[in-house]
Design a protein around this ligand. Structure first.
Ligand code: UDX
Ligand code: UDX
Length: 462
């Protein structure tokens, strides 16, 4: 029955990347069968239910349109491999926690295991597509594992890094700035690359589909994330300077962003960047530079991470110092726990760091978030003095301070007079995302602390 499809595409790994990416390919290409498999049965059950395992605006609609038509989710990895012409691999590649390169290099064990299962279950030649972000030259290693088979099978490995950002994944997939497809520069490699171009050409304008050699594609993904992370660390470094000099970081960002060579995007100073990619990919780049004997290059990029940690620390230190250097027993309400708005993802969220440091100081931390409380509970499971409250008004009741950690739109429109009235005095608000109307909050009576701007307090404060 599946023979009615023009091509059979499999994706191994139904995570934040594999799920939305494949759902959009299925939506845009009803002529292909798209099958997503994962070893995690709970995740697959959720993909097959009304409550998808991840929150992403617009994802429900895309899945509803294609699921059961040409989009299928299962745990049957072997059967999936056997029938597929093209296999995307989107399993996780976390930072290694052990052995050589611990703390920096990518842990490729899932990738290699996946490659070995592909060889085992295959009965015909296939195109294998790296969707996970991987160190440069992984394709070469994978090609060796895959092609060292005694069945006479040939696997062509392509790199097709994913550039979607969480919270805007569907928009990014529907209308990408570019799609990048890297292949070996052989006749078979270029043929396989064309097959991939043809898939994306179903909805992406041809001029936005870039082809390159496989190493350039792999490295471009790491470099794109490193440049983006670097921009945030750069503006965050300037935010610290602004607080000392009474410059306003948003005014500075606007002024420099009007230079078309710099550009205006991604210049929001914040409590720090989070997410599963930036730290992992920058560290990976650092590791690659180190292992290629380029310590100056490695140190240069490592500073992006050091600056991010400094920014997170600075935020907490400012909270403690503003609250008279003692927060033991004080209730502090964290507004937001996701690493950015419009996602339930909390991986590497600055909120984890903030909550843990406050809890270490024996504060009573209450965490509020519209979508990420389930993940927050897992992240902080070992802490005792933490509570969770969906409703921000409830969570702020009796608190000495509110801290905005995620820039959810809903926090912009809360009734802050009501919140102020329910809090202990003096009431503090720490806006880690600069999203609130600070003048108005100050007028209500709050002492307002911002990123990269002088604090607004009703008493003499250092
Ligand atoms: C993943 C990688 O982490 C990232 O490096 C890359 O850029 C894109 O793919 P993400 O989709 O966010 O990102 O990861 P995650 O949500 O953890 O999903 C990976 C899935 O792979 C999990 O559901 C996991 O169960 C599955 N998996 C892992 C397998 O099916 N088989 C395995 O052997 C290992
Ligand atoms: C990132 C890349 O943008 C994407 O192309 C890649 O495929 C995966 O990694 P993601 O991590 O999902 O995407 O979100 P992103 O929008 O890049 O935000 C990352 C972090 O930076 C968030 O914590 C966000 O709040 C923070 N950020 C972003 C800032 O602090 N200031 C900014 O101006 C922009």
């Amino acid at each position: 029955m599946s023979d009615k499809f023009e091509k059979k595409i499999l994706c191994i790994g139904a995570g934040y990347v594999g799920g939305p990416t494949m759902a959009v390919i299925a939506q845009k290409c009803p002529q292909y069968k798209v099958h997503i498999v994962d070893i995690n049965a709970d995740r697959i059950n959720a993909w097959n239910s009304d409550e998808l395992p991840i929150y992403e605006p617009g994802l429900d609609e895309v899945v509803k349109e294609a699921r059961g038509r040409n989009l299928f989710f299962s745990t049957d990895v072997e059967a999936g491999i056997e029938e597929a012409d093209i296999i995307f691999v989107s399993v996780n590649t976390p930072t290694k926690t052990y052995g050589v390169g611990a703390g920096k290099a990518s842990d490729l064990q899932y990738w290699e295991k996946t490659a070995r299962s592909i060889v085992k279950a295959s009965k015909a030649n296939k195109i294998i597509v790296e969707k996970s972000t991987l160190p440069v030259r992984t394709a070469e290693a994978m090609e060796r594992v895959l092609n060292a088979n005694d069945k006479g099978l040939k696997f062509e490995v392509l790199s097709n890094p994913e550039f979607l950002a969480e919270g805007t994944a569907i928009k990014d997939l529907h209308n990408p700035d570019r799609v990048l497809i890297g292949s070996m520069e052989t006749e078979e490699g270029r043929k396989a690359r064309q097959t991939m171009v043809d898939i994306y050409a179903n909805w992406v304008p041809k001029e936005r589909i870039i082809t390159s050699n496989v190493w350039s594609a792999e490295l471009s993904k790491l470099v794109a994330n490193a440049f983006l992370a670097q921009r945030i660390s750069s503006i965050n470094a300037i935010s610290a300077l602004c607080e000392k000099t009474h410059a306003d970081v948003q005014e500075v960002a606007f002024a420099i962003g009007t230079d078309s060579r710099i550009g205006s995007k991604f210049l929001n100073a914040s409590v720090g960047f989070g997410g599963s990619c930036f730290k992992k990919d920058v560290l990976n780049l650092v590791y690659i530079a180190e292992s290629n004997g380029l310590p100056e290059v490695a140190n240069y990029w490592e500073a992006v991470i050091t600056m991010n940690e400094y920014q997170e620390d600075r935020f907490v230190k400012q909270m403690i110092s503003a609250m008279f250097n003692t927060i033991a027993g004080k209730k502090i309400a964290l507004f937001g726990f996701a690493f950015k708005k419009d996602t339930s993802d909390t991986r590497e969220s600055p909120a984890i760091h903030v909550a843990r440091q406050l809890a270490d100081e024996n504060a009573q931390v209450t965490v509020s978030d519209p979508k990420a409380l389930k993940n927050a509970k897992n992240d902080l499971a070992d802490l005792k003095n933490i509570s969770y409250e969906q409703d921000p008004y409830e969570s702020a009741k009796g608190a000495h301070a509110v801290a905005i950690v995620t820039e959810w739109d809903l926090y912009k429109t809360l009734d802050y007079q009501k919140i102020y009235d329910s809090m202990e005095k003096p009431a503090m608000i720490f806006d880690g995302r600069n999203i609130l109307d600070h003048q108005k909050l100050f007028g209500i009576g709050f002492n307002v602390y911002r990123i990269g701007k002088p604090a607004m307090t009703h008493f003499d404060q250092i």
